[in-house]
Design a protein around this ligand. Structure first.
Ligand code: ADP
Ligand code: MG
Length: 264
């Protein structure tokens, strides 16, 4: 087989927002499933000790022998630790509570912010997309995600304080870009849990477009109960109920992402 150069490998995206409950995990698993559906090879990395993206991809976090924790501490490679989710159509590098300890253990180690990047480099040729579900903090775990990525996808609800919260994240991304990872950029803001009947949400959405212009994705994810129900079946909404409005929106978003990486 022809040699594959490093630059032909996967594009890596973090789904990040330091606020909890804003739709990071829902976006990660549904984008992963949507990308798989349109024929992309996807690795989903769960970087949150809560392990919601793992469970939400049909992988039992309590039964994992190897997780992203072992990868960060270099006791396993991603090739060894990943699990195929047949139902979802993508590979999963899972997480569980053990990962909470990595924060402390990494402090002792050299290149502690580059561990995930190095591990991804070894498997990047085998994927089109690597998606990383970040924890709700700007911690060493999130930093490992940001150092690995070409871009950050920021899911946000169009609420009154949404723009305020964005400032910290934007500043962190600027610092990582300047000091640690020249590739990093905000690839886009994704409006999630959107309800067009709420005037305030329309107003905040308009403000977002005014401030961030083409950094705001065209696709809007509606508030949709099927997306919220799907995790209890261990599936992304896109797999659990493909006909649901929210699922269709995530497949549309996957297509938008495929278009975007063509231009990267
Ligand atoms: P985070 O990972 O940022 O903490 P989650 O993805 O877990 O956020 O979402 C928080 C809650 O909102 C979950 O209960 C999830 O099912 C629900 N949720 C996320 N997106 C939607 C949506 N578009 N419509 C309805 N519920 C949603
Ligand atoms: Mg989450």
């Amino acid at each position: 087989a022809a040699a594959v150069s490093a630059t032909t490998g996967a594009k890596v995206f973090c789904v990040a927002n330091q606020k909890g409950g804003v739709g990071k995990t829902t976006t990660t698993v549904n984008l992963a499933a949507g990308l798989a559906k349109v024929g992309q090879r996807v690795l989903m990395i769960d970087l949150d000790p809560q392990g919601n993206a793992t469970m939400g991809s049909g992988v039992d976090k309590r039964k994992l022998k190897l997780t992203v924790y072992d990868v960060l501490l270099e006791s396993a490679s991603i090739a060894e630790a990943k699990i195929r989710s047949e139902k979802c159509g993508y590979d999963v590098l899972g997480a569980n509570r053990e990962l909470a300890g990595a924060e402390v253990e990494l402090v002792e180690l050299e290149h502690r912010d580059q561990r995930l990047k190095q591990a991804i480099a070894a498997v990047a040729a085998g994927y089109d997309f690597v998606l990383i579900d970040c924890p709700p903090s700007l911690s060493m775990l999130t930093l490992n995600g940001l150092c690995s990525a070409h871009g950050v996808i920021v899911p946000m609800q169009c609420e009154y304080f949404a723009l305020e919260g964005l400032t910290d994240l934007v500043n962190t991304i600027k610092q990582v870009h300047a000091n640690l990872n020249k590739d990093l950029q905000i690839i886009g803001l994704l409006r999630v849990m959107f309800d067009p009947r709420i005037t305030l949400q329309q107003q905040v959405s308009d403000q977002l477009k005014a401030h961030f212009a083409d950094k705001v994705f065209n696709t809007v994810i509606p508030r949709n109960v099927r997306l919220a129900e799907a995790p209890s079946y261990g599936l992304p909404g896109v797999v659990f109920d493909p006909a649901a409005r929210g699922s269709q929106a995530y497949v549309e978003f996957a297509q938008e992402m495929v278009e975007r990486i063509r231009k990267m």
